[in-house]
Design a protein around this ligand. Structure first.
Ligand SMILES: O=c1ccn([C@H]2C[C@H](O)[C@@H](CO)O2)c(=O)[nH]1
Ligand SMILES: [Zn+2]
Length: 136
């Protein structure tokens, strides 16, 4: 599957978004190393901070099914510039994606920009920092 097709998979999820509070649907699609696609949308809650972004919905679906190796992700919203993932999603991406993995961020007219995990979250806190901390 090429990145245009992955963007299409993400676009299909815009209609599934549960967004009664923001009215801002977001769609995401994550493809595994062996070609399986996990899709996600944002899911909001009356207690606003409990809401989950499209990116994390897709990542958590894949991780919970045992997937660990990923090729690429696409994210789309009705924005005028390619939608920038929020800080929480960037941190989750840095946990599960390798630094060079491409993320295709898209705007409403399907215009897209390819960014890498490391570009989205440079100097990120990760597992190695944690183990060094415990060494003392
Ligand atoms: O990259 C993004 C940015 C925002 N949102 C969601 C969170 C909230 O439901 C709505 C408005 O912030 O969009 C995402 O799902 N992904
Ligand atoms: Zn997010």
């Amino acid at each position: 599957m090429n990145h245009e097709q992955l963007i299409k998979e993400a676009t299909e999820m815009l209609d599934r978004a549960y967004v009664p509070y923001s009215n801002f649907p977001v769609g995401a699609a994550l493809i595994t190393e062996d070609g399986k696609v996990y899709r996600g949308c944002n899911i909001e809650n009356a207690a606003y901070p409990v809401s989950c972004c499209a990116e994390r919905t897709a990542i958590f679906k894949a991780i919970s099914e045992g997937e660990r190796d990923f090729q690429a992700m696409a994210v789309i919203a009705h924005t005028s510039r390619p939608v920038p993932p929020c800080g929480s999603c960037r941190q989750v991406m840095s946990e599960f994606f390798n630094k060079e993995m491409p993320i295709y961020i898209c705007s409403k007219n399907q215009e897209y920009k390819e960014v890498r995990v490391e570009e989205l979250l440079p100097f990120s806190f990760n597992q190695e920092d944690l183990s060094k901390g415990q060494e003392k």
